[in-house]
Design a protein around this ligand. Structure first.
Ligand code: IMP
Length: 423
């Protein structure tokens, strides 16, 4: 059985934990989009690992991990990540990690261009992770990007980088930002590329061989549906297709290779960066931050928190074709007296059960809530779904009903053992 794991909200849903859990029965774990803007925290055997570009299967000895063609790779960042994870005792060998030769490369200058663009947008800024993701994807679509395969030809790549540095410096000077020396950039990225070179290959035939020979494949989505370049809260989105379709275009495996789509959401909603957040709630934010929860794995930024929004979740389940929901962080609500679930928006007196496309309509969207009783008890020790308090079960049942998708997993804490399997 081949599954995709997708975030259903604005990222940070706890996908890493579900991926790690499902990896046990998988042979290959594949990333197909995004870059090191993603931050997956996985706690395995009591140790905390933060992964950005590496698929979560890297924490296992016997799994193949693939960084697919749809990912944008910052070679310097990836080498740092490999070294950090290796220092935690995980060996990363070429037979354990394959890197697509078609993946595009994030250059140091893309990060500065990201910062320049954000500065130019002023109070309209996206709130990016400043990892250069947007500028790298823009170069890809603009057909002036560099791919990993290009690095095999140093002369060609050096020429391209030199040209790119001239263009970038023009923009950076205007913004009073750091400019680049082409030779330094070339030396720096090549030093990183040399570490990555043994992992580079045409990953598409390897993935098809694994599929055809009946191996279990797991597609690890990064970010979330509402950050999708097509379906998200545009323009406050990332630059890739974070929805299930991105798993095909980002890996070279077709839709017919995929049977299951596990959609991961929190029992409430969070978002980082700018943009609409109708159910955002200061009280809930303060409460969760006070518990030490909801600080970004990549940037450390506190995330905005809000009530569960099933207008957004319903849409996310539709566009991804979710076959099972994984609801994480249920324990975050353990002490709350009463809980709210947003079932629709009132926009100018009209009821909407799906999110609007018009960016201006978001400002006028008033969430309509249903109030449910909290469970006021500790769920972190629950060993199975049946042990959950009845109010928690009712809350989850209502969530599933409003989204028209069945619950497959419930998360009650960060450890692998705190993932409850339903049904
Ligand atoms: P970018 O992907 O760095 O360009 O950022 C675009 C938007 O996506 C910003 O709102 C970021 O905060 C958000 N974003 C990107 N990656 C993640 C993630 O892994 N989790 C949550 N938000 C993300």
């Amino acid at each position: 059985m081949n599954n995709i794991i997708i975030g259903l909200q604005w990222g940070d849903e706890g996908k890493g934990k579900i991926v790690d859990y499902l990896t046990e029965s998988s042979d290959v774990v594949i990333r197909g989009q995004g870059g090191n803007n993603a931050g997956h925290t996985v706690i395995a055997n009591g140790t905390k690992y933060v992964l950005h570009l590496l698929p979560s299967g890297i924490l296992w000895d016997d799994k193949l991990n693939v960084i697919g063609n749809g990912v944008v790779i910052d070679p310097i960042g990836l080498v740092q990540e490999i070294e950090r994870i290796e220092a935690q005792g995980i060996a990363i060998t070429p037979n354990k990690l394959l890197i697509s030769d078609r993946a595009h490369v994030v250059l140091p200058l893309h990060k500065e261009l990201d910062a320049a663009r954000e500065a130019a947008l002023g109070d309209q800024k996206i709130g990016t992770t400043k990892r250069g993701i947007g500028p790298a994807y823009a170069d890809k679509v603009n057909r002036c990007g560099l791919r990993i395969v290009d690095f095999l030809d140093r002369e060609f790549t050096s020429q391209q980088i030199k040209r790119r540095v001239v263009d970038a410096n023009e923009i950076l000077v205007r913004h009073g930002l750091q400019t680049f020396d082409a030779d330094e950039v070339i030396a720096e990225v090549y030093a990183a590329f040399e570490r990555l070179r043994p992992h580079v290959s045409n990953t598409i035939p390897a993935l098809h061989t694994a599929w055809k020979s009946g191996k279990n494949l797991l597609f690890e989505g990064a970010q979330g549906t509402l950050l999708d370049i097509d379906f998200g809260t545009y323009p406050f989105v990332t630059s890739s297709n974070t929805t299930s379709g991105g798993s095909c275009t980002g890996t070279g495996l077709p839709p017919t290779a995929i049977q299951g789509v596990i959609g991961v959401c929190k029992a409430y909603t969070t978002r980082v960066g700018s943009g609409p957040f109708p159910t955002g709630d200061e009280g809930l934010s303060e409460y969760l931050h006070g518990l030490g929860r909801e600080f970004g794995a990549t940037t450390g930024r506190p995330r905005g928190c809000g009530w569960l929004d099933t207008v957004l979740l319903r849409f996310a389940c539709m566009v991804n074709g979710v076959t099972g929901l994984a609801v994480t962080n249920v324990d975050g609500l353990d002490e709350y007296e009463t809980l709210q679930i947003c079932t629709s928006y009132d926009i100018d007196g009209e009821i909407h059960t799906l999110p609007p496309a018009d960016r201006k309509a978001w400002d006028r969207a008033v969430p309509i809530y249903e109030t449910l009783p909290g469970w006021k008890s500790d769920t972190t020790g629950c060993k199975n779904f049946e042990e959950l308090p009845s109010q928690a079960k009712a809350y989850l049942a209502r969530l599933a009903e409003l989204c028209d998708a069945p619950i497959a997993f419930v998360g009650v804490g960060p450890d692998r053992l705190q993932t409850l399997v339903v049904g």
